[in-house]
Design a binder for this molecule. Structure first.
Ligand code: XUL
Ligand code: CO
Length: 459
């Protein structure tokens, strides 16, 4: 009995858990799953990492990831004011040792929030030096530290990427810069980013367009810039092959911001770009909710367009503010939007080596370390609930049956002949004139379907 009691008080730890020497979040314990009725704000209500569904744990289904740049480099600063978020570990004069302590705090957070993955840009984790060689040296030191922390905690790298947009040298783009010198510098930086992503076992590598776009055609050769971008991506593929990096390459479309016209506008234009330049077998898409809405699409639309071509790779999980025209990178708690997205993701067979990366930041006044937990708990719970609702929707199959029936005229007869391209305009003309006559309109039943969707969301 006593043994039983003692045993119950021992926390169940993730395999490979190794206690951190010093706690950076003393007021927060490892977040536990307490079920939908829990009123504990620092507990999961829907995300139970150990719950097994269809032979896999929720941890494996969701593959949640923390974005280093927001969670550990975000300061709340905006164009109107300086940092509001000041963390206790951001102290000292040596930027490399601050970077190490920051990373200790980050891995403590990853463990406490129970995220199995993280993502980073090279310059998020290590300070930029006075030369590329010095930057690489800093990066090596921090990557060695990250490797130790990954080993000690079991947290893995979902993807790495290079920051090719913050430094002034990239003000006119990186791969699309009019100066070949900048192209070369960007190539050298991505080479190193690929090396370290491989070293850390990264499962993917992301290219977000950064400043790959333009402000005015008065100074821009659009076609040459697009050609250069494609060359850059081909060179990255070649280099990855040469070092044996097996991770999936991902393109992350965004229509604007920072440049007025970004070349990777949305998934559809991304597909055209990849196909035009023979890159489609090497890349998939990392779809970001806020980027989708900036492009005038829904999140679900972008997922469906990628999935239709077998190019759905990963998700940058966030949301925008529909009243604002820029990338606000907020945590998404809209269960309806996420359920629809999840239906499309599950129908597509999931994300493979991808995951749900919280590319989302705290609002400027959310300055407490606990806010980082509330934010991620909200996002993780909303996604987990959406996952479960989507599974229920698909298991019952009501929408799928409706859609199947709506297109049934293409399943046989002349409809099937159209799909198989066995019939031409002449035959169709004869059919209409001699046999079919006027089509009978059928309701699309949108309102009926919206109400049906609400029965899953609200009972
Ligand atoms: C920018 C954005 C990036 C990428 C990685 O809007 O989403 O953080 O996800 O470079
Ligand atoms: Co992103």
């Amino acid at each position: 009995m006593l043994f039983g009691l003692v045993f119950k008080t021992v926390p169940v730890l993730h395999p490979g858990f190794f206690p951190m020497p010093k706690t950076h979040f003393p007021r927060v314990r490892r977040i536990a799953y307490e079920g939908p009725k829990s009123t504990n704000a620092l507990a999961f209500r829907h995300y139970n990492p150990d719950e097994v569904i269809a032979g896999k744990t929720m941890r494996e289904h969701m593959r949640f990831s923390i974005a280093y740049w927001h969670a550990f480099r975000g300061t709340g600063s905006d164009p109107f004011g300086s940092a509001t978020i000041v963390r206790s570990w951001e102290k000292g004069s040596d930027p490399v040792s601050i970077a190490k302590t920051r990373m200790d705090a980050a891995f403590e957070f990853f463990q406490k929030i129970r995220a199995p993955f993280w993502c980073f840009h090279d310059r998020d984790i290590a300070p930029e030096g006075r030369s590329l060689a010095e930057s690489n040296k800093h990066l090596d030191k921090i990557v060695a530290h990250a490797k130790d922390l990954q080993k000690a905690t079991g947290v893995k790298l979902l993807w790495g990427t290079a920051n090719l947009f913050s430094n002034p040298r990239f003000m006119c783009g990186a791969a699309t810069n009019p100066d070949a010198h900048v192209f070369a510098y960007a190539a050298a930086q991505v080479k190193k980013a690929l090396d370290v992503t491989k070293q850390l076992g990264g499962e993917n590598y992301v290219f977000w367009g950064g400043r790959e776009g333009y402000e005015t055609l008065l100074n821009t050769h659009l076609k040459r810039e697009q050609d250069h971008l494609a060359t850059f991506l081909h060179l990255a593929v070649d280099y990855a092959k040469s070092i044996g990096f097996k991770g999936q390459f991902l393109i992350e479309p965004k229509p604007k911001e920072p440049t007025k016209h970004q070349y990777d506008f949305d998934v559809a234009s991304g597909i055209a770009f990849l196909r035009t330049y023979g890159l489609e077998q090497h890349f998939k898409f990392n779809i970001e909710t806020n980027h989708a809405t900036l492009a005038g699409h829904t999140f679900q639309h972008e997922i469906e367009v990628a999935a239709a071509q077998g190019l759905l790779g990963s998700i940058d999980a966030n949301t925008g503010d529909l009243l604002l025209g820029w990338d606000t990178d907020q945590f998404n708690t809209d269960v309806k939007e996420l359920t629809l997205a999840m239906v499309s993701i599950l129908k597509a067979g999931g994300l493979g080596s991808g995951g749900f990366n919280f590319d989302a930041k705290l609002r400027r006044p959310s300055i407490d370390p606990e806010d980082l937990f509330h934010a991620h708990i909200g996002g993780m719970d909303a996604y987990a609930l959406a996952f479960k609702l989507a599974r229920q929707i698909l298991a019952e199959g009501k929408f799928e049956r409706f859609v199947k029936e709506r297109y049934a005229s293409f399943d046989s007869g002349y409809g099937k002949d159209i799909e198989k391209r066995r019939i031409g305009f002449r035959e169709l003309n004869q059919l209409v004139l001699k046999k079919l006559g006027e089509p009978k309109p059928r309701s699309g039943k949108q309102e009926y379907l919206e109400n049906l969707l609400n029965t899953y969301l609200h009972g």
